[in-house]
Design a protein around this ligand. Structure first.
Ligand SMILES: Cc1cc2nc3c(=O)[nH]c(=O)nc-3n(C[C@H](O)[C@H](O)[C@H](O)COP(=O)(O)O)c2cc1C
Length: 214
């Protein structure tokens, strides 16, 4: 197989300035609704890029769990690689790859932790096994074997009770909010002449909007 021969022409849609709302979060909400309605697999999955003090970018998938005018929220382990990178460099980038719709959305911004109350509310809404899993995983640390992980889960279940009982928010786990500074909406077009519009947060607090060359 020659990878270079795998080629699609994008013809599902187009994006004009007149289609876009003044506010990028509202526009994002509209595109998220489209992605859900179109049956995109894991529409809330987003690639999160960070770079710590060493300047080496790293990307991984996380799930969008909150959206408001303040930004995009995801949850994770603060001591993971991404958590350590974000402690060193508060800037991050998000990518929503809605390829079935020939769309992507790119966000850049500054990251802050969400408040403990908000994180505790979200944590309490997770299935019990996921809550136990958060206590089990020293995310991003080397682990000797699958058996080691399962033995740790058994210890956590014993600690918090196998069936019932409170599973509190781990002190090393919670949410981050990406406060957007730029948001780009990308729609694939024929002959690689794609439509791109980027919102940039103005010093005055509003948003400017520019078309970018594909
Ligand atoms: C579809 C999908 C969703 C994921 N969602 C999350 C998430 O919300 N939070 C999280 O910490 N990891 C999530 N992961 C795992 C991360 O991609 C990653 O492996 C993990 O967070 C460790 O990353 P790090 O070592 O760069 O910190 C998800 C992975 C996939 C494929």
């Amino acid at each position: 197989m020659n990878l270079a021969d795998l080629r699609l022409d994008y013809r599902r849609g187009e994006l004009r300035r007149a289609d876009l709302l003044a506010d990028p979060i509202a526009q994002f909400g509209r595109w998220m609704d489209d992605a859900v309605a179109a049956g995109v697999v894991e529409p809330t999955a987003m690639s999160l890029a960070t770079a710590g003090r060493d300047g080496v970018p790293r990307v991984r998938t996380v799930l969008l769990k909150g959206l408001s005018d303040a930004g995009f929220v995801f949850y994770t382990n603060f001591e993971s690689r991404k958590g350590r990178a974000l402690a060193e460099n508060h800037f991050a980038s998000l990518l929503f790859p809605w390829l079935a719709m020939e769309r992507q959305v790119l966000v850049t911004g500054r990251v802050e932790r969400v408040g403990d109350d908000e994180a505790a509310r979200y944590f309490a809404s997770r299935p019990r096994d996921s809550r136990l899993g958060a206590w089990t995983s020293g995310q991003s640390q080397p682990v000797a074997s699958r058996e080691t992980l399962e033995a740790e889960l058994a210890r956590v279940k014993e600690r918090f009770g196998a069936q019932e009982g409170e599973v509190p928010l781990p002190p090393f786990w919670g949410g981050y909010r990406v406060r957007p500074e730029t948001v780009e909406f990308w729609q694939g077009r024929a002959s690689r002449l794609h439509d791109r519009f980027e919102y940039t947060c103005a010093a005055s607090g509003g948003w400017t909007l520019e078309r970018l060359a594909p």
